[in-house]
Design a protein around this ligand. Structure first.
Ligand SMILES: Cc1cc2nc3c(=O)[nH]c(=O)nc-3n(C[C@H](O)[C@H](O)[C@H](O)COP(=O)(O)OP(=O)(O)OC[C@H]3O[C@@H](n4cnc5c(N)ncnc54)[C@H](O)[C@@H]3O)c2cc1C
Length: 401
């Protein structure tokens, strides 16, 4: 069959959501006369939870343990043997009328069905100096930069190292705990300060988890400054709302995410800047009318209301949404109605350093040393869904050191 007779699905973004959609569709591709194209800016699928191990260790140790290999997985290897075409390019425009995607290298791709899974990028909320002076933890390059900068600053230094982490959500708490353990091992008296704008770390979490995490951070000598939004940053200090200046040698910003600019150009309804998908995760035209059964969006780039609350922006939700999107694309092709996405009960694990942590599994609280092994099991299960189990085990074992 020629490609022109196939229904062309183009998936934008090969992160958690996009990769899962492409893999699920590939299974139904032959029997459905379907072609699947996965477009991503880079040739790798990035496993973000591995960033903590990389950022929170010395650059020598990261190099020695090849930690970057556990965080950046080559797309071609993950899609080996699957009927998925991989296009490594930057998406620069989406013309929903002509059903065409423009790429940074001048090429364009036509589609019959599109899946937007372009994720998110750091949000700086126009805080003066923050973008210029802070490192974020959103890409592999960021994680590597944090590890190198911290290692360089520790080398041959007699004054204690001062690190400020802005943003006391899950990322800020996990990173602070990891850095405190690593830096503390090499340099007594190092100061790690975690600054959070709301009145407590982990906004949105239950009180028991928040106070447990706060205690664990205190035990690791992380100074928590909650209720103090960062108002400005320069090359050596951040200014808090109270006007107090907190000096740093290294500033890391984990305080927020926003969607890539390209999302604004889409002719679909947005909510708080994100694509507002309806129940089956289809996009709703701005011009009015019913949802487009050939345009889907998922993950960090979307705003999905479920039970009156926005679904969290996590890999877990992106994966769950991806299963629904793939199923609905196949259903529509089979002439059936798409089914609504149902948000399952979320589990969350927040490892704190190598031996601590908190979270919940299917609603049951988990605390302490058990959290880290549970994270490794979750990581193994995820990786083993895309590669042979022994390869997944090898990758996970790099971090168990
Ligand atoms: C340090 C860190 C740790 C985290 N840990 C966890 C965790 O333990 N558990 C959890 O559930 N969640 C975790 N998250 C959140 C999780 O990573 C995100 O929620 C998840 O990645 C969202 O998936 P997605 O498919 O929407 O987007 P992403 O996974 O971000 O994928 C988007 C993809 O689109 C590509 N892309 C973007 N723009 C373009 C463009 N213009 N052209 C081409 N390609 C483009 C990107 O390169 C990327 O590959 C963590 C996040 C961070 C930063």
């Amino acid at each position: 069959m020629s490609r022109s007779q196939l229904h062309r699905v183009v998936v934008l973004g090969a992160g958690f959501g996009g990769m899962r959609v492409a893999r699920q569709l590939a299974r139904g591709a032959k029997s459905r006369k379907l072609s699947v194209t996965l477009v991503n800016r880079t040739g790798v699928h990035v496993y973000t939870p591995a960033f903590y191990a990389l950022a929170g260790t010395t650059s020598d140790s990261a190099r020695h343990r090849h930690l970057e290999r556990a965080a950046a997985l080559p797309l071609r290897r993950l899609c080996k043997g699957l009927p998925v075409s991989i296009v490594e390019a930057n998406v620069t425009a989406i013309d929903a009328k002509l059903k065409r995607v423009a790429l940074g290298d001048g090429r364009s791709l036509s589609y019959d069905t599109i899946v937007v899974a372009l994720g998110s990028e750091p949000a700086y909320y126009d805080i003066p100096g923050l973008r210029e002076h802070a490192i974020t933890l959103k890409t592999l390059a960021d994680a590597d930069k944090i590890s190198r900068r911290a290692s360089a600053l520790m080398r041959g230094r007699d004054k204690p190292l001062r690190i400020v982490v802005g943003g006391g959500g899950v990322t800020g708490c996990e990173l602070s705990a990891m850095l405190a353990e690593t830096v503390g091992t090499y340099q007594a008296g190092a100061h790690i300060t975690l600054v959070e704008g709301s009145s407590e770390v982990l906004p949105g979490f239950d009180e028991a988890t928040r106070s447990y995490v706060r205690r664990e951070l205190n035990e690791r000598q992380v100074m928590v400054r909650a209720g103090q939004p960062i108002k400005a940053a320069d090359e050596s200090s951040v200014t808090l709302q109270s006007k107090e200046a907190v000096p740093f040698d290294l500033l890391i910003w984990t305080g927020g995410i926003q969607v890539p600019e390209i999302i604004d150009t889409l002719p679909y309804v947005l909510e708080r800047g994100r694509i507002a998908t309806d129940a089956p995760l289809t996009c709703v035209p701005k011009a009015g009318g019913p949802a487009d059964l050939h345009a889907y969006a998922l993950g960090d780039a979307t705003y999905f209301l479920y039970g009156g609350k926005a679904a969290p922006w996590t890999a877990q939700v992106a994966l769950q949404q991806a299963d629904t999107v793939a199923r609905n694309i196949l259903r529509v092709l089979d002439g059936k109605k798409p089914k609504p996405f149902k948000l399952p009960k979320q589990s969350i694990l927040i490892p704190l350093g190598r031996t601590g942590g908190a979270g919940s599994l299917w609603g049951f609280p988990v605390r302490g040393w058990i959290v880290q092994p549970l994270v490794w099991v979750a990581e193994f299960r995820y990786l083993a869904s895309m590669m042979p189990w022994w390869a997944a085990l090898k990758l996970v074992s790099r971090r168990i050191k």
